[in-house]
Design a protein around this ligand. Structure first.
Ligand SMILES: [Mg+2]
Length: 189
């Protein structure tokens, strides 16, 4: 039987491509379609946890009742492998880069045992604390504020980057938009 410890990403990708190409499904696999399929399969992973308590899930795992979860994870991996192939992304390299990036955002000495976002850990943003204050009531006599026209920055809208990360060159842009996160499909599309 195969094992993660003896199989490579490249071998998995070759197998997935052979599966796809034997069925002539590449014609349906534009990057957008692959991204959609990836997201749909990720949702199927969530479906397995719906309406289950943590204790119920833990008991299921202890009984090794995880076949369905394994198959859904394989579906996700299938699309990750295809999307990375179609976009020329080397997954091992991308993972290396992303872990290094996250290690700078979340240094062990700041983040160990903590769940706060890096903006809070680095002191860019204060942790939200409930103040007990409610929002002021609207004054019906006050005129509506002027409607401002949005201006588009050259190169399109960008998210604000934390100053320290920008200074140190650690963070060119927020990683949330990156291709971060690809099983046997029920259908080609
Ligand atoms: Mg599935």
């Amino acid at each position: 039987m195969r094992s993660d410890s003896r199989w490579t990403v490249a071998a998995l990708r070759e197998e997935v491509l052979a599966f796809r190409d034997a069925r002539d499904w590449a014609q349906f696999h534009q990057p957008k379609d692959l991204a959609l399929a990836l997201s749909i399969e990720a949702a199927e992973v969530l479906e397995l946890f719906r309406f289950k308590s943590d204790a119920e899930v833990r008991a299921q795992v202890e009984k090794r009742d995880v076949t369905d979860l394994g198959h859904e994870l394989a579906d996700v991996l299938y699309w990750v492998l295809l999307l990375s192939h179609e976009t020329g992304i080397d997954l091992a390299q991308a993972m290396e880069e992303k872990l290094a990036f996250n290690a700078r955002r979340y240094p062990v000495e700041l983040s160990r045992g903590r769940k706060e976002k890096y903006t809070i850990l680095h002191g860019y943003q204060e942790a939200a604390e409930p103040t007990g204050e409610s929002l002021p009531e609207e004054d019906p006599d006050e005129p509506d504020p002027p409607v401002l026209k949005p201006t588009l920055m050259p190169g399109g809208p960008r998210r604000k980057v934390a100053p320290l990360l920008r200074r140190s060159g650690d963070c060119a842009e927020d990683s949330g938009s990156g291709l971060e996160s690809a099983g046997a499909p029920a259908s080609p599309a």
